[in-house]
Design a binder for this molecule. Structure first.
Ligand SMILES: *[C@@H]1O[C@H](CO)[C@@H](O)[C@H](O)[C@H]1NC(C)=O
Ligand SMILES: *[C@@H]1O[C@H](CO)[C@@H](O)[C@H](O)[C@H]1NC(C)=O
Ligand SMILES: *[C@@H]1O[C@H](CO)[C@@H](O)[C@H](O)[C@H]1NC(C)=O
Length: 343
């Protein structure tokens, strides 16, 4: 702790005397500074994602810092994220969002993020992400009867969503709600046949009592009211439908890209079929994420790897020197700890 404090004080000293120092040890993935950068990156990624769910940090895979001059550096981060149960339109703060468990058929996100640190102010310059659901075989291996993610265009999924919406609108007062997007769907076959669906909805200008719902329109941006529904439809042994919807109320500034501008494959709606999860590659827009950013990123990470290898080689050298009893070699700087679980 004392050593850390000394280091912090040292780092804060203005550089008067140019002491030719050894290059600083590479920043560890679990260093508080790495964690601060990762938190800024995750915040940015969720803030710029428009479909599907919020993601949370699972592991910092790699970090590389490029000094740019006094009080200015570029940070490259490679992050592993996990999908939470909070829809991107939900006002719940990320800290309060539950991570999808492994048996819930987890979705993992991979992101490359470039940040700038100027006088301790972190800002994201560019980010590039994609996400994938864990393989069904992987889930089944640990949990043979677990329900697996099903395609949104599956007829059972479509039927469950339609019935759930009708059920909600027929049993509740207030605004008539319409579907925005399916978030995820799962089907269980054993021991019972059950369809689980989750979908984002929005209030229309009609009330549920209104007869002619065909003309109902989603409320305009300055009155928008988004929400989220979960429904469980038991098909066998019994017929049962359980629907739970929550409208979040109007959230100024929160918008939803109207259908037609987005489909998981970037294609025309209705043509795209067979998706089981929202891909961060498409739901997270960053106009700055370009191919040149990717190559810059891999170049930086390659040099980071050679530095790490050198560091390991040096440690190996040192290890030939007899150590005092109780010496514990430092943990490898990267990748960092897993916060939730490994897929
Ligand atoms: C988030 O969790 C904290 C601590 O449990 C709680 O105090 C707070 O009310 C929660 N916020 C929301 C919006 O759920
Ligand atoms: C909802 O808006 C549409 C389009 O503006 C309009 O045709 C319809 O009558 C409105 N419905 C209600 C109940 O206000
Ligand atoms: C869902 O989409 C996939 C891919 O286009 C297609 O092969 C499949 O037949 C569709 N399923 C249904 C039930 O429409």
């Amino acid at each position: 702790m004392k050593a850390l404090l000394a280091l912090i004080l040292l780092l804060q000293l203005p550089i008067h005397k140019a002491v030719p120092a050894a290059p600083p040890a590479p920043l560890g993935c679990d260093d508080p500074k790495s964690e601060a950068a990762a938190a800024a990156a995750v915040n940015y990624i969720n803030g710029n994602s428009h479909h599907g769910y919020m993601f949370t940090l699972n592991r910092i895979e790699n970090i590389r810092v490029l000094p740019q001059g006094p009080n200015n550096e570029i940070i490259f981060l490679e992050l592993d994220l996990l999908e939470t149960t909070c829809h991107i339109l939900s006002p719940t703060p990320l800290e309060n969002c539950t991570v999808r468990s492994f048996t819930d058929h987890a979705v993992e996100g991979d992101c490359d993020v470039k940040l700038q640190n100027t006088n301790g102010q972190l800002s994201v310059v560019a980010s590039k992400c994609h996400s994938n659901a864990d393989s069904g075989e992987d889930v089944r291996q640990h949990c043979p009867d677990c329900a697996l993610l099903a395609a949104w265009n599956d007829t059972e999924v479509q039927a469950a969503v339609t019935e759930a919406l009708n059920d909600y609108n027929s049993k509740n007062g207030g605004a008539y709600i319409k579907l925005l997007e399916i978030g995820r769907a799962k089907i269980q076959h054993h021991p019972a046949h059950i369809v689980f669906v989750e979908f984002a909805v929005a209030a229309t200008n009609c009330s549920t009592e209104e007869a002619n719902v065909e003309t109902c329109q989603l409320l305009p941006d300055d009155q928008s009211n988004f929400g989220f529904c979960t429904a469980t439809k038991v098909i066998t042994p019994s017929k049962e439908l359980q629907v739970n919807c929550q409208l979040y109320g109007h959230q100024p500034g929160v918008t939803y890209s109207p259908p037609g501008q987005y489909t998981p494959a970037g294609l025309v709606p209705g043509v795209v079929q067979g998706f089981i999860n929202h891909n961060l590659r498409l739901s997270h827009n960053n106009p700055l994420a370009s191919e040149s950013f990717s190559s810059e990123f891999s170049a930086s990470m390659l040099s980071a790897k050679s530095v790490a290898r050198r560091a390991v080689a040096e440690v190996a050298q040192h290890d030939k020197v007899p150590r005092p009893v109780g010496f514990v070699p430092p943990p490898p700087p990267c990748p960092g700890k897993i916060r939730h679980f490994k897929i």
